[in-house]
Ligand binder design. Structure first.
Ligand SMILES: CC(C)(COP(=O)(O)OP(=O)(O)OC[C@H]1O[C@@H](n2cnc3c(N)ncnc32)[C@H](O)[C@@H]1OP(=O)(O)O)[C@@H](O)C(=O)NCCC(=O)NCCS
Length: 151
């Protein structure tokens, strides 16, 4: 399947919101994505196949560090290595922009994401008790993770 990797623009906000809604219990609106995609501090990378968005990541980059705000792969395309490949491509572009550290938080019960981040070299820095509550029967802790990038 041929594909395109590119950054997202405000025109992609409806597609990003639709994919986010299929991936998270507390979806973000298209307006929120449009605002982020217009923000100079935002870094995005997305994979499109035949015009369809299949996976994307959004980061907030400040002073040499970038925080992963959200990452999602279409439910029908999970566990094919798409997020791993996307993040590997992203990391290459980040190091050329002088970003030396990536941070994120992930729900403790999100085993696919935790495994993905562990494979990429993220390590645990701490936790926020009960941080994820929206759309859940029981609050779940956030694990705070980071990864140093080789410049
Ligand atoms: C987390 C998520 C983005 C991973 O996307 P993906 O494209 O399926 O991930 P990949 O196929 O690249 O998988 C990379 C690694 O994650 C692990 N993984 C992915 N899906 C998994 C699953 N269902 N069960 C166990 N491990 C899984 C694997 O270890 C894989 O590496 P390996 O095949 O080399 O062992 C995807 O599951 C998703 O969109 N989830 C909902 C949204 C979300 O949780 N986002 C992250 C918030 S922090």
């Amino acid at each position: 399947m041929s594909f395109t990797l590119r950054a997202l623009t405000p025109a992609d906000a409806p597609a990003a919101a639709a994919l986010h809604a299929a991936a998270f219990p507390d979806p973000w609106s298209a307006a929120v994505f449009a605002s982020w995609f217009a923000d100079p501090a935002a870094v995005t990378l997305a994979r499109f196949e035949g015009g369809d968005l299949v996976t994307f990541v959004l980061l907030n980059a400040v002073l040499g560090e970038a925080d992963i705000l959200t990452l999602a792969t279409h439910p029908a395309r999970r566990n094919e290595g798409l997020a791993r490949d996307l993040l590997a491509a992203l990391i290459e572009t980040l190091t050329t922009r002088g970003v030396h550290r990536l941070t994120l938080d992930v729900a403790e019960d999100n085993l696919p994401a935790r495994r993905l981040y562990a494979r990429l070299g993220f390590t645990l820095d701490g936790r926020r008790k009960g941080y994820y509550a929206a759309g859940r029967a029981q609050p779940v802790d956030a694990l705070l993770m980071s990864c140093s990038l080789a410049l």
